[in-house]
Each structure stands twice: as structure tokens, then as C-alpha cells.
Design a protein around this ligand. Sequence first.
Ligand SMILES: [Zn+2]
Length: 661
Amino acid sequence: MSDQPASPDLHAIFGIDGSPAVGDPLITGASELSLEARPESGYETFDSGEGLQVPLEEAPAVEVQVEAPAEEAWDAAEAASEQPAPPSPGNAPEPGWSGITRPSRRGSSPRFLTDVIIAMQLATARQVEDAIETSRTSGQPPERILLDQGAITQDGLARALAERYGLDHLDLGVFQVDMSAANLVSTTIAKRYQAVPVAFADKRTLLVAMADPSNVLAVDDIAIMTGHEVRVAVAPPDDITALISRLDRLEDVVGHTDEQQAEEDDEVVALHESDEDAPVIKLVNQIVAQAVERGASDIHFAPDGSQTRVRFRIDGVLQDITTVPRRMAAGAVSRVKIMAELDIAEKRLPQDGRIGLVVDGRHVDLRVVTLPSVHGEGIVMRVLDKSNVVVDMEKLGMADHERERFESSCKETHGAVLVTGPTGSGKSTTLYAALQMLNTPEKNIITVEDPVEYEMAGLTQVQVSNKTGLTFATGLRAMVRADPDIIMVGEIRDKETAQIAIESALTGHLVLSTLHTNDAPSAITRLIEMGVEPFLVASALECVVAQRLARMLCPSCKRRMIIPKKVLQESGYKAVTELEAYEPVGCRRCGGSGYRGRVGLYEVMKITPEIQTMALERRPAEVMRDLAVSQGMVRLRDDGLNKVRMGRTSMAEIARVIGTN
Ligand SMILES: [Zn+2]
């Protein structure tokens, strides 16, 4: 089900759509992975990363054993998502890192740590005095005693240390670790010093998370090893240990893939044999594993001249993850091409391929497309997590009234039901939910998809293939002869497909498909513009659903607030009063973004006789929209506002996914 024209979204891919948030000048270059479900790519496009599945087929599936991650690691990963991410190393200005707390003043102050602990009210003066007294005889520093007694926590101590030495404190559960930085030090060294580089503060300086900032030896060694200056930040030892094991694990996840492919591929062997390339392989493996772990829908490698930006799309939003320096960029791209079994010598033409993985028992398929640009070769990988199950109708998030209208249309014996929206709006999910509801033994259901995202038992699914010339139109024509009751066409994107789909709907078949329009009424005008006769459109169409996906507010941290009447009016709502709703805050569980997961927004238009008449008269979409609203259709934006009132999403999200008019 692709709902996207094959033109790549160059803005998204090459990052010319504005740079990521840049914040406080104190800190720089953090990076993070971001993921999202978006369209862009010239490769087969599918709907958002909502987890529909695709068969592995010829993809080289590789079994990879992954230890179950520590709870914190997942939390961290989860948390990491959705941060606005700064550009990485280089001259990047200091980004808006999250999970970082600055000291009240920079530089070491000649105070005892115990005094700082009292001043920060982490423990009482009495507790501290007792600990100092005990330490005289026990040979342990007082802070250690406080820790052992449970008077202070590891994190409390880390905060006190940061304050004592005038350093930043890092919450590694929230802070987005830059893999390019982390890879500069081996995990052996990281373990020995309880220290991990987590970001580039600037071109020459690494931000290094350390449990013990007074370990001067470690700082010197890391500086020499990496060729960077070191800026120390303090994090609790347990967090650093968890981060190191996560880095180990991320590398392992994809690491096994190399070995298997190496046996079959000389190029890979060559890469392995070169020590110079080892860091590239490690980096690519970690990026891919991190994307999968964080549920990214896409991974972008976007060259921008001097370096390559790595971005993830998570919950529909692109985020900068890291930046690969120029000397490694070409290697990283080649590495991905090898994994996807592409021709690494071909750099001027786009290619597409796939990478099959089993991560932690989950089948994951990466669709890879290469995009030659003036700045070099870029790559976009669409992540399809095949273990995600198809959702039930009830879970789509349609309001009851909307769902009844949609369901009853899908249960007709003939006619066309269309789902519209931009790429990444969840159209496939909606169609699969409908197919699942309709999938009974007495029905012959045939699909033609590009690609088949999810294999459903009992269906005959046909994959569009450019190589063999099997298009939507030819596939559809063949399907009609195979005596189907229900036909699902991944996407109507040309006149021929539209024509056959509409004719099939008029000749005793239920046709389900998607179309690329912003709202439901525009589906009618679009089909007519494509060249289908208005009377055919009017009589064939049963129902049109327009939809979007909005990020859901994080239930752990969302905050009650009042939206002023004026704001509502400015957003295009006829508000007569203010509205009680929720706003995003950000916490550890949502990575500071204030959002977790997504919810669908829907506009369900039944084709009534009055609308049929308007279609015949070729009336504009707005006129049909107004009529549909008078007949009970809830517009997308109004469904959005309802979901704002229910506290499921925010006004800002509605504006982002729908616009304000
Ligand atoms: Zn939260």
C-alpha cells in the first residue's frame, strides 16, 4: 500500500528543511537518533511505520541473538525519542540537549563535597556529621557511607559531585547519546574508567559522562586516545554501566549479520579485513540497531557537504541522531549498500534493496534506497517491524459514529471505499483493519500492493513489481478475472488504475484503496481530474475516509491547561469559550518530548444522493465538504479538537498534522 508518489522528498532527505533546534551555547553537538514514519523515498512507499508487515521473501534474513535489554536501557531509548536534535560534531552551536543540568557556577569550588550535599539538601547536617565521624575510623569517604546507608542516592551523589566541581550533570535516561562520539572509545576503556563520550561539545571537544570526575588519569587518557579535548559531565555509575552494556548490545545486534554476509560476499570480507573500516561497520550496526530499538520508521543518511547527518523518524517526526564525519561517510554508505546487496560501485543512480534482520525475536525488514545528490550519496532506510500486529477496528481510534459509518460501508457487497491522506498518515493500517474484519472463509479477497506490508492468512496478495512490469493496473485487471468478492488496491495513482478500480466497484466487487488527497471530499474531485467520468465516480463511491496521525500526549507527564478562546479562533475554530485540555511537558518516559505513540484523526464521508448529485455537477470539493458536514460528517480538524479535549493529543499537534485552516 503505497500512498506516495515515487518522488523523493528531497527536503526531508537532504536536510534542507531547516536545521534542528539549536540551543544553549554551553553545550554542543549532541546527537540523537530520531525516527519517524514518513514518506519520502523513491522506493516503494508505504504508509507510515505503523507496523504493517512485509514478507521477508528473498531478503537475507539473519538471526541475531540479543539479550533482553535492561529496563533502563529501553526507557532510555524510549526517552530518547523525539528530542529536537542538534547537529553534531563540528562547529555546531550548542544544541538543546535534554537530560543535562548545569551547575550553579562553573569550575571547582574549594568546598567539601559533604557541604555541598547539605547545601543541596540531599541529606541532613546531622546525617552528614555522623557519616564524617564514621569515616574517620572506617577508611571510607563520608559520601560513600551516606550512599551505603541509603541516606543519599547514586543520582543525588552525582548531582552533588557535579555541583562541587562545577560540571554538568547528565541524566542518561533522557540524554541522547551520539554514537559517533561513543565509538571513539572502546567499551573496555569505558568500563575501566566508568566514562563514555556521549556527544561532541564542539569540533574539538567531547562531552564525556563520568562517574568520578576527579579521575584525572581517565580524562587524560581519553583525550589522548580520541584526539579530542574532554569536557566532563557527571552521571551515576549505574547509569554509565547500563549505557556501556547498551552500546555493547547495539553493536552485537547487527554484528552477526556481518559474519553471515561475509561468507557470501567478497566485498564484505574486504571491508572486514581492513582495520580502517571496522569503526564504520560498528557505527552503522549501532545506528541500525538503535533505530530498531527506538521504533524508528526511517533512517536517513543525508550528506550535506562536509559530513553526513543521520536522522531517524520517530512517531512521524524527523530527528537528528548523529553526524558521521566526512572521512567515514562514504564508508558508512557503502556499508549499508553491502548489507542491502546493492552495487557499491554505482554511485550516480538510485538503487533500492532490502536488509532482513531478526532482532530480539522480532522480524525487521529494512527497505533501502540510495539517493545520489550534489553533496554525495544519501540513503534512506524504511524500517518495517514485522512483528507488529494488525490493529483491530476498535483500536484505530475512530469515534464510534465514524467507525459505524466506515464499517457499514466496508460491509457492502459492492462499491468503493477509499482512505486518503499523505504518506505516513496510517492509511494502510486502516485498510488492513478493514480487511481483517472482512476476512472470512466465504469471501474471496485479493490484494495488489506495493509492497505487501503484511501477510494475512486467507488472502491472495499480489506484489507490484517494476522489474516484471506488474503494475497496479495490470495486477488489478488480472484480479478482476479471478472472481474476487473484495479487491484491495494499495494505491490509486494513475488514470488506468482509477478506471479499473471504479469499474470493478460498479460490477459487484467491494474495492478498497487509498488516494493521496488532503480531505475526504477531494477524493471525488481527484478521481474526476484523473479522467474518470463523474457519473462513474458518483455511483461507485460508497465512503471516503481522510486521516492523519497525531502524536499522543505522554500520559505520565501531560499537564492540564486552558486554551484561550483567542488561540482557538486563531486556529480557525469558531470558539465562543476557552477550552480545558492538556499540553505536553516532557519526562523521562517520553524522552522529554511530552509525546508517546500516535492516535489517528479521521474524517468519514458517506456518499449520499446529494453528494452524488454534486459530483455529477463537478462541484468544488469545499462545497461538497460543507454539504457533508451538514449531513453529519465530522471534519478532520474537528475530530482533532475532540481528541485534544479528551487529552489524547495537543493543539500543537493538530496544527502540525492538519494545519490551521
Ligand atoms: Zn512524559
